[in-house]
Design a protein around this ligand. Structure first.
Ligand code: PLP
Length: 415
């Protein structure tokens, strides 16, 4: 395209590429209000005595084709529960992704196990199975596969590696509701799936979480359930309070369960809309020089919790931050990168101090968290631009976003 024909960047006083306001909508309504009122009318907000959390889980099980799942107070809690139920304990190693919410690794450290970071595929931002396998040692006990932004990890390969080395696989599905691979839902392929209903996810109960149990074993389910409830075994009319080992209180209340029932009904539409809009964005970005869209494998169905693309700095005369700023000035909601650095570069790992004044459990291992251990992850965070996604966005929003990225990329294109 002739450079003369491109409008001046908004950054330099030109007209904004995005002229219309983003589509918006209400995520809560009378459906949630009705459920909450019913919860209050039960005269108990305790999950074991009321019906709301139970119904929420039954609906979730039906949607996912599961026999068992357990409720939790957060996604972080859900992951801790899965690790605890899986028997991850002092000195064990757990392999996971360095680009994720810290909720992925908090439970590992509370079990006094050691997070080990594998590198990522540069364009899907998900675990590279070959790197996962390289990190395995005799201490490795589990893998937490994070389906970042709703994009499924290569579960086939990861499950093969896990089987070969007898490892537990926990899927972190906080960002991947109803995402699929080879027709199977994320959260139903590993041993456990962990979901978050915090206020920023596809669906919200304010805070909350779910652990899916991919086993028809009642015993496994009971371990999961008990680990969320101080190791109390509450089933039917009996309560068993003898603690075999330490477990936290991560219970969900009836109020969250009530909101969750109404939110789950909206989930399929939320996810299919996000899938449509995200795929449309990828299609529109794929031929723009210097832009690498988010890579979703052809066997996968992504439900785009957010959208992220990368820029190829060799093809552009600007830095990533300059590109992101120019895009924002065009009226596009966007952010340079995702988390500021891979998790292992945060002070907790650099100082190997999870508990104040202590090196425990890091000193049990000689693991390194030096810069450079996951080069692809580092490059992703240096070259990515994140765009928020919403089921309320319109096709026009996506068209204007594509036009804006195109405008900025052409402006900075080296020719
Ligand atoms: C949100 C999130 C979590 C943690 O969920 P909370 O409910 O905030 O504790 C964990 N992992 C990922 C990938 C997340 O996005």
């Amino acid at each position: 395209m002739d450079r003369q024909k491109i409008a001046e960047l908004a950054l330099f006083g030109g007209p904004k590429a995005k002229q219309s306001p983003y589509g918006t909508g209400k995520r809560f309504g009378e459906e949630e209000a009705k459920e909450v009122l019913e919860a209050l009318e039960q005269e108990t907000l305790f999950y074991h005595f009321g019906k709301k959390v139970k119904t929420f889980l039954e609906d979730f099980n039906n949607l996912y084709g599961l026999q068992y799942s357990a409720a939790a107070s957060s996604g972080t809690a859900a992951i801790h529960i899965a690790l605890g139920a899986a028997g991850v304990s002092v000195g064990d190693e757990v392999i996971t992704s360095p680009i994720t919410d810290q909720g992925t690794i908090i439970g590992i450290l509370y079990q006094n196990a050691i997070p080990v970071f594998a590198d990522l595929e540069i364009n899907s931002f998900n675990l590279d199975p070959a790197s996962v396998e390289k990190q395995i040692t005799p201490r490795t006990k589990a893998i937490i596969a994070v389906h970042l932004a709703g994009n499924p990890c290569k579960m086939n390969e990861i499950m093969k590696i896990a089987k070969k080395h007898q490892l537990i696989v926990i899927e972190d599905c906080a960002q991947s509701y109803l995402a699929k691979q080879r027709g199977r839902l994320t959260g139903t392929m590993g041993d456990f799936g962990c979901f978050s209903t915090n206020d920023f996810k596809h669906i919200s109960t304010g805070d909350g979480g779910i652990v899916s149990v991919n086993s028809s074993s009642r015993e496994v389910y009971e371990r999961v359930h008990a680990f969320a409830d101080k190791n109390y075994s509450r089933f039917e009319n009996s309560v068993m309070r003898d603690c075999d080992y330490l477990a936290p209180n991560y219970r969900m209340t009836e109020l969250q369960g009530a909101v969750g029932i109404a939110q789950l009904k909206k989930l399929p539409l939320i996810c299919s809309r996000r899938n449509d809009l995200g795929d449309m964005l990828s299609k529109g970005l794929k031929d723009i020089p210097g832009i690498v869209p988010m890579e979703v494998a052809s066997d996968s169905y992504c439900t785009y919790w957010f959208y992220m693309f990368r820029i190829q700095t060799k093809q552009l005369s600007c830095t990533r931050n300059e590109f992101a700023e120019a895009l924002s000035k065009e009226g596009i909601s966007s952010q340079a990168g995702y988390i500021s650095k891979p998790l292992y570069l945060s002070p907790m790992f650099q100082n190997k101090s999870a508990y104040q004044g202590s090196q425990f459990p890091f000193h049990l291992s000689d693991i390194s968290y030096e810069k450079g251990i996951c080069p692809a992850a580092e490059e992703i965070l240096e070259t990515a631009i994140k765009l928020p996604m919403s089921e309320f966005y319109t096709e026009k929003d996506i068209e204007e976003t594509i036009a804006a990225v195109n405008k900025v990329a052409l402006h900075y294109q080296i020719r």
